[in-house]
Write a protein that binds this ligand. Structure first.
Ligand SMILES: CC(C)(COP(=O)(O)OP(=O)(O)OC[C@H]1O[C@@H](n2cnc3c(N)ncnc32)[C@H](O)[C@@H]1OP(=O)(O)O)[C@@H](O)C(=O)NCCC(=O)NCCS
Length: 160
C-alpha cells in the first residue's frame, strides 16, 4: 500500500455489530481495563448510543462512542489503536460527533482519568474545559475530571 493516509483512504462512519471484533481489538490494545466484548455489544445495540469508527482502507483504527440524550452529548469511550495514534484521528472523530449532534444538542460532557494527560490534552484542544472532579470515581480509586464543551452552530461545519 503506497500511502494509506491519503484522504481518499480515510472514512468515518457509524459502526455496527459487524464491527464488534475490530472494536474489541482496539479496546484491548488501548486499555488496562477494557470494556468487555459483551459491554461493547450492548452499547452497539443501545438506541441512545452512537459508535463512530474511523477506517483506513476499510480497516478500523479508532472509534468513539457517545450517548445523545435530552440535548446533551455524553462521550463514553474514545480510543485510537496504538499503532495509529498522534495522527489526528481522535480529534476527527470528536469533530464528526459534534457535527452530527450540533443541531440537537447544546453541550457535550465526558469524564477522564485525572492522570490521562494525553486524553486531557486532546479534549482541551477540542474545546473542552474542566468542570469539576469526581473523587475516587474509578474502581482503582483514581479521580475523574469532568469536562464540558458548549456546542455551537460552528460545530456543524467541522469534519466531513
Ligand atoms: C487519547 C487518545 C484517544 C488520543 O488519540 P489520537 O488519535 O492519538 O489523538 P489525536 O492524534 O487526535 O491527538 C490530538 C491531540 O491530543 C493530544 N495528545 C494525543 N496523544 C497525546 C499524547 N500521547 N501525549 C500528549 N498529548 C497527546 C495532543 O494535543 C494532540 O495534538 P498534537 O498531536 O497536534 O500534539 C489515544 O491516546 C488513546 O486511545 N488512548 C487510550 C484510550 C484513552 O485513554 N481514551 C480516552 C478515554 S477518556
Amino acid at each position: 500500500m503506497r500511502n494509506p493516509l491519503q484522504e481518499k483512504n480515510i472514512l468515518i462512519r457509524e459502526a455496527t455489530t459487524a464491527d464488534l471484533d475490530a472494536i474489541v481489538a482496539i479496546e484491548q490494545d488501548c486499555y488496562a481495563q477494557p470494556w468487555t466484548e459483551q459491554m461493547l455489544y450492548q452499547e452497539l445495540l443501545n438506541p441512545v448510543a452512537t459508535f463512530l469508527c474511523l477506517a483506513i482502507c476499510g480497516r478500523i483504527c479508532a472509534y468513539l462512542c457517545y450517548w445523545l440524550v435530552a440535548g446533551e452529548v455524553q462521550i463514553l469511550n474514545l480510543a485510537t489503536a496504538t499503532a495509529w495514534q498522534r495522527r489526528g484521528f481522535a480529534g476527527r472523530l470528536l469533530s464528526a460527533a459534534f457535527k452530527r449532534c450540533a443541531a440537537s444538542a447544546t453541550t457535550a460532557w465526558l469524564e477522564v482519568r485525572a492522570g490521562n494527560q494525553p486524553a486531557i490534552n486532546l479534549y482541551q484542544g477540542c474545546g473542552f474545559a474542566s468542570a469539576g472532579v469526581r473523587r475516587g470515581y474509578y474502581r482503582d480509586g483514581e479521580d475523574a475530571v469532568i469536562m464540558v464543551k458548549e456546542l455551537s452552530v460552528q460545530e456543524k461545519n467541522l469534519e466531513k
